[in-house]
Ligand binder design. Structure first.
Ligand code: EPZ
Length: 433
């Protein structure tokens, strides 16, 4: 097990370049197996969730060539099974896109139920509803999602509530269905649009991605393509909030500022300066942030993934703030860890955090329980006085590429050490004291 050790209290200053979007890459890699021709994908983030998905498709018989750290060439002409039932499949959330992709191409898929961050019950009923509407039979048997159809036929699907995963999965399954499919109340998140753009580059006919009605005309086949994944809006948001929380000055490069508008709006509201450029944002803050109220919502609302980072920034604010989580029911696990560092946060009715700003946080030993909550603890460590140890960094590495290296480059005093290596911790403390 590895952990981060951080000596806090220093502003982050400099430039950071954002990697490709994990949640888009998961959908795009699954989509890439829907053609027999070769697909080249660029700006693939080098993180554990992506390495796991690439391994899972290799196990299906797909040829995967990694070119350097961020490019991958995929050829799925020799897929030899539609069944994926390994620990790797169960570890990540994005493996469920293989159901839509394999069902769409072969009319059959048997994929182990997905894992991913434990942030709530995370049912997949909307995915199943969509597959069934297209004419597939879907059963959950022996821990597998088993979907099969004689043929898939386009139809109209209405989601009572939007779901990113279900929208992408149903889009995949509908690409080569007979006739037209309409997805109403579709998710509008940037990664839904990116997966649709990628599929269109392979010859699909998808219109309306990014709005709440997506129209898909079934095509008979998909072909090879070369595609570059969009920048990760959550990684960008994390560095924006880290710059603000550390009272620093950071230029965050390779971003799409439009995707960051909800974060920018909240930062401006608490008194942080945000300058927008074509493909960069600069975040500057020298003061204690003000207080605010935030509710997580589907895009273009304030993203649930940024909720732990927002709460953490507000720990040192000058007033009382309220953060309401409306997407996942169990996304405040990191709060207990923040209170060990001196934060004053009360969670009521399990979905609302009331944060009373304190003047300082102090370093402590804390433990990551999920990806974004873990990143929030690193932010807290950077904001705190003294030493913080963040345990279970494997959660953070699921979704952030070179996290500690990027933070170090901005001046954070931080290192990754083995949990049992007490000497390394002593050495770090000696070096930075
Ligand atoms: C995606 O999860 C992301 N994961 C999550 O990011 C992100 O938090 C979430 O979208 C919201 O933006 C990936 O893209 C792999 P949903 P997903 O389906 O697709 C409920 C991260 O840290 N729901 O939009 O699972 C669900 O329980 C991760 O990068 C159903 O009830 O989210 C939730 O309350 C964590 N039935 C809401 O809908 C369903 O069939 C939205 O979920 C599907 C979803």
């Amino acid at each position: 097990m590895e952990q981060y050790i951080i000596k806090g209290g220093k502003p982050l200053v400099g430039e950071v370049t954002i990697s490709g979007y994990k949640n888009a890459a998961l959908g795009i890699i699954a989509a890439a197996i829907m053609t027999e021709e070769t697909v080249k994908i660029d700006n693939v983030p080098n993180i554990s969730d992506i390495q796991i998905l690439l391994k899972v498709i290799e196990d299906l018989g797909v040829k995967v060539d990694r070119i350097g750290n961020h490019k991958v060439k995929i050829n799925a002409s020799k897929i030899n099974t539609v069944t994926a039932d390994t620990d790797s499949v169960r570890k990540i959330r994005g493996s469920y896109y293989l159901v839509g992709a394999l069902l769409g191409r072969f009319n059959k898929a048997q994929i182990a139920l997905p894992g991913g961050c434990n942030i709530g019950s995370r049912p997949i009923d909307r995915h199943i509803k969509g597959f069934e509407a297209l004419g597939s039979e879907v059963k959950i048997e022996h821990g597998l999602i088993c979907a099969s159809a004689e043929k898939l036929v386009g139809t109209s699907i209405y989601f009572d509530e939007s779901s990113v995963g279900a929208t992408i999965n149903v889009m995949l399954a509908a690409i080569m269905a007979e006739g037209q499919t309409t997805i109403e109340n579709a998710a509008k998140e940037p990664h839904v649009v990116d997966v649709a753009n990628f599929l269109n580059s392979m010859g699909a006919n998808i219109k309306g991605a990014g709005t709440d009605v997506i129209r898909i005309k079934g095509v008979s086949r998909l072909h090879g393509s070369e595609y570059t994944i969009i920048p990760d809006q959550i990684e960008a948001g994390t560095f924006m909030f880290a710059a603000a929380a550390s009272r620093g000055d950071v230029l965050i490069k390779n971003v799409i500022p439009k995707h960051l508008e909800a974060f920018t709006a909240k930062l401006l509201e608490v008194g942080v300066t945000v300058e927008e450029y074509d493909d960069a944002v600069r975040v500057v803050n020298h003061n204690r942030p003000g207080s605010t109220h935030v509710k997580t919502l589907a895009y273009p609302g304030f993203l649930t993934d940024m909720q732990p980072l927002m709460t953490t920034l507000l720990c040192l604010s000058s007033g009382t703030s309220i953060v309401t989580e409306s997407i996942f029911e169990n996304r405040f696990k990191y709060v207990d860890e923040l209170t060990k560092m001196g934060a004053s946060i009360k969670v009521v009715e399990s979905n609302t955090a009331i944060i009373t700003g304190v003047e300082r946080l102090t370093g402590a030993i804390v433990s990551a329980a999920d990806l974004r909550g873990g990143a929030a603890l690193v932010l807290a460590g950077i904001m705190a006085e003294g030493y913080t140890i963040v345990e279970n960094v494997e959660f953070i590495e699921r979704g952030y590429e070179d996290f500690e290296r990027k933070m170090q480059k901005l001046g954070a005093t931080m290192a990754k050490v083995d949990s049992n290596d007490t000497k390394a911790i002593k050495k770090f403390k000696l070096k930075v004291s």
